[in-house]
Design a protein around this ligand. Structure first.
Ligand SMILES: C[S@@+](CC[C@H](N)C(=O)[O-])C[C@H]1O[C@@H](n2cnc3c(N)ncnc32)[C@H](O)[C@@H]1O
Length: 347
């Protein structure tokens, strides 16, 4: 990863704007005539309108760029919504904010107005350069260029090193927040993996696919209830703040999005003796969500617990022959995972 200090762009190109927006990549969304620039109504003098679709297309074209679909580059073009994301985080000066996906830096700017420190990570070298031009003068912003994920199950260690360092400079009152318009393809690993980190974010306010937000908030016995629902709700209280239609973005994605707020449940994490074991067990329990719980647990525990030990655990917890994981509450799944862990240790 590279950082802002080593990567400052040439100031002379900062405000260049082309008039040609022919570089717009319609492959990311519908290509109807309605994909015209969405001008924002937001007109605060302290935060002048910048991230409209026409501004963005000209800004990128001036730099010879176009949105890159495999990086999930769907930029928010309604500044009222950028404002809503920032307000939903209820930031204070003792907050350290992580943003994944700087883009051209519009949300970053808004976050840096309210937070003590902002760390923003952008995979696209060209966008990192553009954002550096926008944000170079802000002392509480640090920009990193690189992939936020080391692999599917791990964040880049450097990110949490920066977060912990910024928090230690603020002191005991420091809080950690994730506030991001997340790239869709890595939204799940980023949110999930952050819950394993120390410290985990006190709050996350993220724009993600509506379908994913629904899965994170889903209740038992619904089609969206999954390992992700249990994992998220075991540690956080989720709340959908707003559903966003495709026209809130440029280019337009094909699906609705949602602003989701996740508040870490105080003290909840300490209740898990082995958080990694719990997460892996939850994933295994939902691997075949329609199958009977007994056969799912037996196959998940193969080589670790024999059938009679599994039957003992299920009987003690009152789960009958026809129980399925998708019917169990979050608390029942937590109790099951802990009983399996203890049975495995005793075996
Ligand atoms: C949905 S856009 C959001 C951009 C901007 N923050 C906004 O609100 O309009 C997602 C951004 O994340 C970046 N990105 C995609 N994958 C990434 C990754 N693995 N690590 C860091 N940034 C990534 C994309 O290049 C893109 O700029």
């Amino acid at each position: 990863m590279t950082d802002l200090e080593s990567d400052l762009p040439d100031e002379s190109t900062a405000d260049a704007e082309a008039t040609d927006d022919s570089t717009r990549d319609d492959s990311m969304g519908d290509d109807s005539a309605s994909d015209e620039p969405q001008e924002s109504v937001y007109r605060s003098p302290s935060n002048p309108p910048r991230q409209t679709a026409s501004y963005l297309s000209r800004r990128l074209a001036a730099a010879g760029l176009r949105p890159v679909s495999h990086f999930g580059q769907n930029f928010l073009v309604d500044l009222n919504l950028i404002d809503l994301i920032a307000r939903s985080a209820e930031l204070r000066p003792n907050d350290v904010v992580l943003e994944i996906g700087t883009g051209v830096g519009s949300l970053t700017t808004r976050l840096s107005d309210n937070a003590g420190a902002v760390l923003s990570v952008e995979i696209d070298h060209n966008l990192h350069q553009l954002a550096s031009e926008e944000l170079g003068g802000r002392p509480n912003v640090k920009l990193l260029q690189g992939d936020a994920l080391k692999n599917k199950n791990t964040l880049q260690p450097e990110i949490m090193e920066h977060i912990r360092d910024a928090m230690s400079r603020i002191g005991d009152s420091a809080r950690f927040m994730l506030v991001s318009n997340l790239p869709y393809n890595v939204a799940t690993p980023i949110v999930s993996n952050l819950l394993h980190e120390l410290p985990p974010p006190d709050r996350m306010v993220v724009t993600i696919q509506k379908e994913l937000a629904d899965r994170m908030c889903a209740k038992p016995r619904t089609k969206d209830y999954s390992a992700l629902s249990v994992w998220i709700q075991s540690l956080c209280e989720p709340q959908i703040v707003r559903i966003l239609p495709p026209k809130a973005f440029w280019p337009r994605p094909k699906v609705d999005s949602a602003i989701l707020r996740l508040d870490l449940l105080a003290g909840q994490r300490d209740k898990f003796v082995d958080l990694k074991y719990f997460h892996e067990t939850v994933r295994a329990l939902f691997f075949h969500r329609r199958k009977f719980l007994r056969s799912v647990v037996i196959s998940a525990m193969k080589g670790r617990l024999d059938k009679s030990a599994v039957d003992d655990v299920l009987r003690q917890l009152g789960h009958g022959e026809t129980a399925r994981a998708e019917e169990l509450s979050v608390e029942q799944i937590q109790a099951l995972a802990e009983s399996l862990r203890q049975a495995e240790r005793a075996a």
